[in-house]
Design a protein around this ligand. Structure first.
Ligand code: ATP
Ligand code: MG
Length: 453
């Protein structure tokens, strides 16, 4: 049974509507002002908001806009006098479901209510379905159903039980950090700290004191003893991110820790036993660094006990639509807007795109589309330029860019491409081609001559 909230400042109209809709079998609540309605919306779940547009203290439109963050799934129907139909049309552009003119035609009201409730049920079922799919295909916030990700999930579960050192490889944005967290939080060490450090963000000496700590007086400014991150991670896990970027000096010290499970603080003589699980990650080509002598081979073998390679997104394209759904839901919740759908064409472009920035790039694209698009559907024009640009292929943007010395030349190339394509599509029929391009036959003839098509 659908639940309707009626908001109307005219008491007679309000009580009349309540009576009629209750008789029809709806569950009905009433409010005489927007403020009162918002309170009800905050405390109860409604399916439909049926509100007058013109009300003294808060307009129906303002009420609609303020209801969105509270109940984005609510369907709003506004009622208005004939004289302000324009406002009602404006309201629909902003996302209101329907408008009714006063005096109300009851049959019309019932039809619209049923339609709104039907659509809402469908949407809810879809969301429900997606949630189920989602929980099946995600592990600790790592979304994926491809065979490659299935293997990652099972590796994570297996290695989590052990204390072995793990080296996570993979391009930028493939989820290395997520994987490191999943290992820790599924391990027997989960209740102990996970200490993360991004090795690339510290200069050499600072990185050393961060990792191993220092004694009082170790250097100017060391006015007290400080524990390093290895000690802070005692009985837990240390995540050494961007391990490929550490200096020779730190490499030597790290090797010692991994071999002896002992550290010594800077400026200290005493060694401290550490019981810490090490997970390292990098997007660097470590084998190349080995060849070039930039990374120690002995350290490499100590780190690479269990290698995990996060697949790049272009190697697991079947996950793209799942990830799109995941981030659409995430950002529509964060921005308090109803989750938009994605058009077939936009979905196709996303599916074909190579995503060099991997999941992070896709995540940013969805966030942008939701913020920019502000509509109920993500369309091609909301996608980042990178996707469109690359999609145009060899005859695309690069081709155009290099196609002539001046801007005018390039525009002409674009025209040629468009005209030639249209004529080809029309099987040589010029007037049909002109129609396709929405230009006059005269212009078409002129251009054909000009470009010698
Ligand atoms: N499989 C996934 N499912 C859901 N979100 C993911 C997935 N992979 C990555 N992400 C998201 O993408 C973003 C980048 O992920 P993460 O920071 O783990 O990548 P990374 O491999 O460590 O990248 P970098 O090498 O640039 O540090 C994060 O916001 C993360 O939540
Ligand atoms: Mg990272």
């Amino acid at each position: 049974m659908a639940r309707i909230l009626i908001v109307e400042d005219d008491r007679n109209t309000l009580s009349g509507l309540v009576e009629i809709l209750t008789q029809e079998g709806y569950e009905v609540d009433a409010a005489e002002s927007g403020q009162q309605a918002l309170k009800l919306l905050e405390n109860d779940a409604f399916d439909i908001l049926l509100t007058d547009l013109k009300m003294p203290s808060m307009t129906g439109m303002e009420l609609y806009e303020r209801s969105l963050p509270i109940t984005p799934e609510l369907k709003t129907i506004v009622m208005t006098a004939y004289s302000s139909v324009k406002d009602a049309v404006e309201a629909m552009k902003k996302g209101v479901y329907e408008y009714l003119t006063k005096p109300l035609d009851l049959d019309e009201l019932f039809v619209i209510l049923e339609k709104a409730i039907g659509e809402q049920n469908l949407q809810r079922e879809n969301i429900q379905l997606k949630r189920q799919v989602h929980s099946v295909y995600s592990f600790e916030n790592i979304v994926g159903k491809s065979a490659a990700m299935e293997r990652i999930f099972s590796t994570i579960v297996k290695v989590a039980k052990t204390r072995s050192t793990v080296l996570i490889r993979g391009e930028s944005g493939t989820g290395k950090e997520l994987a490191a967290r999943a290992i820790h939080y599924n391990s027997p060490r989960a209740a102990r700290p996970l200490v993360e450090i991004s090795c690339a963000s510290f200069p050499e000496t600072l990185l050393e004191s961060e990792l191993f700590g220092f004694e009082k007086g170790a250097f100017t400014g060391a006015d007290r003893q400080k524990k390093g991150r290895f000690e802070l991670a005692e009985e837990g896990t240390i995540f050494l991110d961007e391990i490929g970027d550490i200096s020779e000096g730190v490499q030597v010290k790290l090797l010692r820790v991994l071999q002896e499970r002992k550290i010594s603080r800077l400026g200290g003589t005493e060694t401290v036993d550490v019981n810490v699980r090490v997970i390292a990650a990098t997007n660097r080509d470590l084998e190349k660094a080995l060849d070039e002598g930039k990374f120690r081979e002995d350290l490499y073998y100590r780190l690479n006990v269990i290698p995990i390679v996060m697949p790049s997104l272009r190697d697991r394209k079947d996950d793209i639509s799942l990830l799109l759904d995941h981030f659409i839901r995430k950002f529509s919740i964060a921005n308090k807007v109803p989750a938009p759908t994605i058009s077939d064409e936009a979905l196709r472009l996303c599916a074909e795109y190579s995503w060099p920035g991997n999941v992070r790039e896709l995540e940013n694209a969805v966030e942008n589309a939701i913020v920019l698009g502000e509509g109920s559907e993500i369309l091609v024009e909301h996608l980042p330029f990178g996707i469109l640009k690359r999609h145009r292929g060899p005859a695309g943007l690069d081709f155009l860019k290099n196609s002539g010395p001046t801007f005018k030349d390039k525009i002409e190339v674009a025209e040629r491409l468009l005209l030639g394509d249209a004529i080809e599509q029309a099987g040589g029929n010029k007037s049909e081609a002109a129609k396709k391009l929405d230009i006059s036959l005269r212009t078409m003839r002129y251009k054909i001559k000009k470009y010698n098509l």
